[in-house]
Write a protein that binds this ligand. Sequence first.
Ligand code: CUA
Length: 657
Amino acid sequence: MHQPKGISRSLSAIGIMAALVGGACSSKSEVTKGGVGTSASLTDLMKARNLSEADVNAALKTYTPTGRMDEYLTFASGGHGGQVIVIGVPSMRILKYIAVFTPEPWQGYGFDDQTKAVLAGGKRFGKDLTWADTHHPALSEQGGDYDGKFLFIGDKANARIAVIDLSDFETKQIVTSELIGGDHGAAFVTPNTDYIVETTQYPVPFGSVYADPAKEFKDKFRGAAIFWRFDRTKGRIDPEASFAVEFPPYTQDLADAGKLTSDGYAFFNSINTELTWGGNQEGNPPMESGYSKNDMDYLHVVNWRKAEELVKAGKAETINGMKVIRLATAAAEGVLTFVPESKSPHGVDVTPDGEDIVVSGKLDTHGTVFSFAKIKAQIDAKKFETKDPYGVPVLSFKDSIRGQVELGLGPLHTQFDDKGNAYTSLFLETVVAKWSVKDLKVIDKMPTHYNIGHLVAAEGDTIHPDGKYLIAMNKWALDRFNKVGPLLPQNFQLADITQTKMQLLYDMPIPLGEPHYAQMIKVDKLKPIDVYTPGEDPMTGKRSVNAVEPNKERVERRPDGVHVYMTAIRSHFTPDIVRVKQGDTVHWHIDNLEQAYDATHGFAINSYNINISIEPGEHSDITFVADKAGVFPLYCTEFCSALHLEMAGYFLVEPKI
Ligand code: CUA
């Protein structure tokens, strides 16, 4: 009989034990030696390590022997670390931290000219930012499915979007708009990655210009959704071709793009139609109660194709360098429509068929399932129930929904599988609720440990979810790991979702920032390179004009300073002595001549804060002023060979007389 591969096969621990104990291994074979005893059968091992049959079953579904690869990669936000964490599934092995918004020494990110320029793209108002609150990673899509080419991620704190090229897993671009004061609904892609969506969280007056909320909140503070145009051939965002749609200051929250039948639309939650702005020492209620007074907030429905046409027709105004469709225009031209939604919702997630939009109540025990067809019919017929104070048309709640599902306490985010089921995280109840999208009925609940925020299923927000695996991204870990002081890691919990009942498989601590959201992609969609072509500048993808060839290494004095053309190959730098004069501007060009996979060299100069990583074939540039005279060792920081310690030299700065 054909046995499906992978975890869909129902594993019986007893069956496997019987096979192991009575079959291939003789009944008292030595499975291991060491910590649990010198001679142990599987049953002895289980006893010694206090493992149940369910534990062994879970272990067999995640254990990945040496040399074996994972079936999926998960790209998780690295939270305040400003990075992206790459995790193999089902092994839950961390494979990489991708440096994004913050300098990262291992990758030499933020030390050479190339990556300094990327980080400089994220300056706001001329200020360097050395942290981020990375939130939602978004894989590039083609026809609503991940294509494995690019990854985008938003920085909530500073309203920035980064572009990571998955050919080498490196950050290539950071963009920001000085229009808005932060984002939360970011990054989300439209189904063909025409646009990357970034939505305001906390409203500010556009450009962060001074205004007192006590007097001017309603009139001057604003939200916006920015549609960053992505140029796939260049692999970069094109700010010139991007635009924004102005929103009222309702504190927009999460976002999702329509797909298939709802393609061309995007959906945004909001949590503050009350227009409160704080002031708990100025006679106002605290923010959290001010935000929750109204029974309903507004789901924002944006027709982005229509918005694109308006921009082309010149109906946008340029504010702080961004083309903005003003609120009055958006309302009058059918770009922006509101649908009432249960108060202070959190997640908004479009179903794989694009027909429904699931909004989680957060303060409500329901998930509300809006029907795109019903929303569209009302918009087309201009059948509006009322207008909001800013003149935006409002549809009828009851004419817009397909139904509600009673989920439990604190519903947040929803993912989907390949069998028509949805999985919603319930923060307060600290469970994952599995429910039928068709029947709006809960099928199963799986406890999480503890306080789940986001969750991610395999390709679970595409038009073809895979099912199989789900990761609960839990905010609290409490009693799950050894104690490490008052600041605890987060807890990622892997679950098998192939059966009716979800099965918890594995706990993985994440001790880096607060990983917010993740996406999980089948590995066969990813085609990363092994090495760069000789002389390649990873930022341009082309051979650098300063690429250094073997036997052409040299030091040249020119009007703009001293140019060092250096090569690195096991196990020496050429030249290994570099002489300059105090005060010289130094332009250091360095190439790793290796073409062997994994033959990375590092390059560091003592006291000058110079530390880069040069992958095989890579060209890198470093520019600095040799302001401190003296003798400074330089050396390779990667253990590249048996003679790695000998891969060294001196940077000599002759004092000014
Ligand atoms: Cu090259 Cu160590």
